[in-house]
Design a protein around this ligand. Sequence first.
Ligand SMILES: [Zn+2]
Length: 92
Amino acid sequence: MNRNNSQIYNAQLFCFTIAFHRLTKLNCRNCRSPLDLHQPNQNQPDQFLYTCPGCDCWFLVQAIAGESHATVVQLPEMSEIRPPVPASDLTS
Ligand SMILES: [Zn+2]
């Protein structure tokens, strides 16, 4: 029994890599608006978040020291996240 009622949900994630020097001028892949950079956790300087003022989407960025590229993950909209299919539905 899961005490906090959480489950593993399913969503498609769009990921790409980008050269570090391009991170300062990143535009939204949906609407092309310049993205706003946020550093929500000062203890994790290699991870940050971009938000789009145009279409409100979010991008999570992981920049690993010593590498020339960062990984960018566009976070899904809540409406795009699907609950898991119960095992009982898979067998019927
Ligand atoms: Zn956008």
